[in-house]
Ligand binder design. Structure first.
Ligand code: NAD
Length: 484
């Protein structure tokens, strides 16, 4: 029996609130589509604002006992959840493929990456250290405590339905905070499966609540307005992040924001071209380009621009496109029709300002597919360079002056990640210092790791996830001044 069939048979496609599976208070459900077939694979309960408040109530009830639970015990629950996910990695991957569409190998990669946040934060749970020192004036002792902030509302996107959940649940639970998770409407099933696994790992009722909904805005608003909610951790588009920041301002709610990207990928003339091309494919094509870290604009030094474009074209052409569970497939469909149409419109516009080397169209088959595409000599100012493509399309811009290329790379309000390929690490590091992004891949196309601080500058976000910084987002600083 597949994991999805089991979830349906065991009636685990409802809301998970207070350790119980429930239908929505108004009885409504919504459909989940397989992007490769455009067919419904399941329905899930659709939370109402009243359900959101019920979840907040359960989380609030669970807060004190959870915060009081020994850190080691909290850590061991996370560690057991890590083991359970890894034991069932194929099942989880299949569920991801079903609702998100990505290729099975990508989905396995996501399961391993996502589970790792539980292992990492199981180890961080026991490392919440305060500070003690004497004030400079000598008049008092200073104690600094880091205490769990309280009930956390987690809102996640559809592109990494497992990893974006674990990246928030892990640190929140490690810090002692119960959570209410609202997954993306396109991909609610993996979040529900996570709730199930956390229960099996020993998570007490109310510590983790999951509320899928077809109407995100009123549900998230209702939860954010509730005084028992003390934290919003959001991953998604800058556009929605901005709306939620405005909402958060009403209650001066603590927020962490992981928002959109528009990653530049610089290739210098002295770069190892094999490494640059395979790094480019990795940075571009993970999840068919539907990643916030996806390389969005390729700036390539004139001396090697043609060769790089030719080699990248060959590599992109060799990728097999198809349904995520089909044998040998490396590129699945995009998430929905709107996503595919947006990519197609960007390519159509850019085709007039550059030359399409491969792809440039949707294949003739059912599902939201788009072919891996390379566009060479894209003109400065083309719309595709200023927009997060979120699809398998690589626009290449030729440069001759490095300072100008860096200026173009920085000419965006987004600043999540950038990539640099050069044979001279000294020059690479100096470029990394000048790039206005929270992360830089230097001669690497993939740098995401639970042990590192993930996040952006400018309009790409606020705060960091992963590493010890990730847990800090769920802790409040308290200073106690005293004498003894
Ligand atoms: P999105 O902003 O549309 O949705 C994100 C989440 O917010 C979903 O759960 C959605 O249901 C919910 N939502 C949508 N509108 C809302 C509203 N008005 N009020 C409350 N909640 C609302 O983003 P998406 O399309 O799911 O994901 C793609 C975006 O996420 C891209 O921009 C990508 O770069 C970004 N992303 C960023 C990171 C990161 O770590 N920086 C990681 C993954 C994705």
């Amino acid at each position: 029996m597949s994991i999805l069939d089991r979830m349906i048979a065991e009636e685990k496609t409802g809301l998970y609130i207070g350790g119980e599976w429930r239908e929505a208070s108004d009885g409504s459900r919504f459909g989940v589509l397989d992007p490769a077939t455009e067919e419904e694979i399941a329905t899930v309960a659709s939370a109402s604002p009243a359900d959101a408040l019920a979840a907040v109530g359960e989380a609030h009830r669970a807060f004190e006992p959870w915060a009081d639970t020994a850190p080691r015990q909290r850590g061991e629950i996370l560690r057991r959840a890590f083991d359970l996910i890894i034991d069932r990695e194929k099942e989880f991957a299949e569920l991801i493929v079903g609702e998100n569409g990505k290729a099975f190998t990508d989905a396995i990669g996501e399961v391993r990456y996502g589970a790792e946040f539980f292992r990492w934060f199981s180890e961080e749970a026991v490392r919440n250290r305060g500070e003690v020192y004497r004030a400079p004036g000598g008049d008092k002792r200073v104690f600094v405590l880091y205490q769990p902030i309280g009930v956390a509302l987690l809102v996640t996107p559809w592109n990494f339905p497992l990893a974006m959940g674990t990246r928030k649940i892990g640190p929140a639970l490690a810090a002692g905070c119960p959570v209410v998770l609202k997954p993306a409407s396109d991909t609610p099933l993996v979040a529900l499966a996570l709730a199930d696994v956390l229960e099996e790992a020993g998570c007490p009722p109310g510590v983790v609540n999951v509320i899928p909904t077809a109407s995100s805005s009123p549900v998230v608003k209702a939860a954010m307005a509730d005084r028992r909610v003390r934290k919003l951790s959001f991953t998604g588009s800058t556009e929605v992040g901005r709306l939620l920041l405005a909402e958060a301002s009403k209650r001066v709610l603590s927020v962490s924001m992981e928002l959109g990207g528009n990653a530049p990928f610089l290739v210098l003339g002295d770069a190892d071209l094999d490494a640059a091309v395979s790094g480019a494919v990795q940075a571009k094509m993970r999840n068919a380009g539907e990643a916030c870290t996806a390389a969005n604009r390729f700036y390539v030094q004139g001396s090697i621009a043609d060769e790089f474009a030719d080699r990248l074209t060959k590599a992109m052409e060799s990728l097999q496109v198809g349904g995520g569970m089909e044998r040998g497939v490396e590129v699945g469909p995009l998430i929905n029709a709107a996503a595919r149409d947006k990519v197609a419109a960007l390519v159509d516009e850019a085709a007039g300002a550059g030359s399409v080397m491969t792809g440039g169209r949707a294949p003739d088959r059912k599902g939201y597919f788009y072919l891996p595409t390379v566009i060479k000599d894209v003109a400065r100012g083309a719309g595709i360079l200023a927009t997060e493509i979120f699809g398998p399309v690589a626009p290449i811009v030729r440069f001759d002056d490095l300072d100008d290329a860096i200026a173009q790379a920085n000419d965006t309000d987004l600043g999540l990640i950038s990539y640099v390929f050069t044979g001279d690490e000294r020059i690479g590091l100096s470029i990394a210092e000048r790039l206005e992004t929270g992360m830089v891949g230097l001669n690497r196309g993939l740098i995401s790791d639970p042990a590192t601080p993930f996040g952006g500058v400018k309009e790409s976000g606020l705060g960091r996830e992963g590493s010890h910084h990730g847990m800090q987002e769920f802790l409040e600083t308290k200073y106690v001044g005293t004498n003894w």
